[in-house]
Design a protein. Structure first.
Length: 267
């Protein structure tokens, strides 16, 4: 089993230094990787990013992160990402990485994502230039996630995980006011996940949402925003995927991938 620890929306600043370190130091005993699902800082300043960096440095397990909207607030996301990378984290923005934990190869494709809403009630690429750019920006993030997931098919990963900040499905937003759903996620992310295939999708952002959800294609989705999980992190166990008969590159046989997802357990 691959043990995946995940948390998002920790919103760290100088006055919260050290609040997660003790819990994170237990990770080598209970997890093979730590995923950070964005909104790691309060306002996206380098000072706040240094707090996060000290919290995650030398944990003994690989750390993979995406940034969130709060991490972009000060218009210095590159500096925030650089400080996290200096602390050893893999920070993804439409990219994929493969890390080794527990003797298994863990593939993670990550992007911040963006809003736009969900099927039947979503923004369309029509009208004013600013609306068109809103939708195109969301689509670029989804396309980056799909491409990154497809890249993992050629790398024989034991598990493949989609890591975003914004939500790919409305299921995990239950508890949030319906009026703000379009600002919490986009169905385009779920389309990317179902098209390229994944064993798990992890996101944050929806503080009043729900932990459990699923894409239309059968990929299990987990909202790991800290206010939702109520802990320093949550651990999910994934059995290694079967390589025999599985496509090694390109887009997988979607019907086979969906059937496999429905057969497999996830704690």
């Amino acid at each position: 089993m691959t043990r995946v620890a995940a948390v998002g929306d920790i919103h760290m600043a100088p006055d919260s230094q050290g609040t997660l370190r003790a819990a994170f130091e237990t990770l080598p005993r209970c997890a093979d990787v730590l995923l950070l699902a964005g909104d790691l800082t309060r306002h996206g300043t380098p000072e706040e990013a240094r707090v996060v960096a000290r919290e995650i440095k030398d944990l003994g397990v690989p750390v993979v992160a995406v940034l969130g909207n709060h991490d972009h607030h000060d218009n210095r996301p590159d500096e925030v990402a650089s400080l996290l990378r200096e602390a050893g984290a893999h920070v993804l923005d439409g990219e994929a990485t493969v890390v080794t934990g527990g003797g298994l190869r863990i593939g993670v494709a990550g992007t911040k994502g963006f809003g736009g809403g969900f099927v039947g009630r979503c923004a369309g690429e029509f009208g004013e230039p600013v609306m068109k750019e809103f939708v195109r920006y969301s689509r670029r993030h989804a396309d980056g996630l799909r491409t990154a997931l497809e890249e993992l098919h050629g790398r024989e990963c034991d598990v493949r995980i989609a890591l975003t900040h914004f939500a790919p499905v409305p299921d995990t937003l239950a508890g949030e006011p319906p009026e703000i759903y379009p600002f919490l996620g986009s169905y385009l992310l779920a389309e990317a996940i179902d098209t390229a295939g994944a064993d798990l999708a992890v996101h944050g952002h929806a503080h009043a949402g729900t932990e459990h959800g699923m894409t239309a294609g059968g990929v299990k989705v987990r909202n790991v925003a800290q206010p939702v999980i109520g802990a320093a992190f949550r651990v999910y166990c994934l059995p290694p995927r079967r390589f025999e008969g599985e496509p090694r590159s390109g887009v997988p046989d979607h019907r086979s991938a969906v059937a496999e997802q429905r057969e497999r357990g996830l704690s």
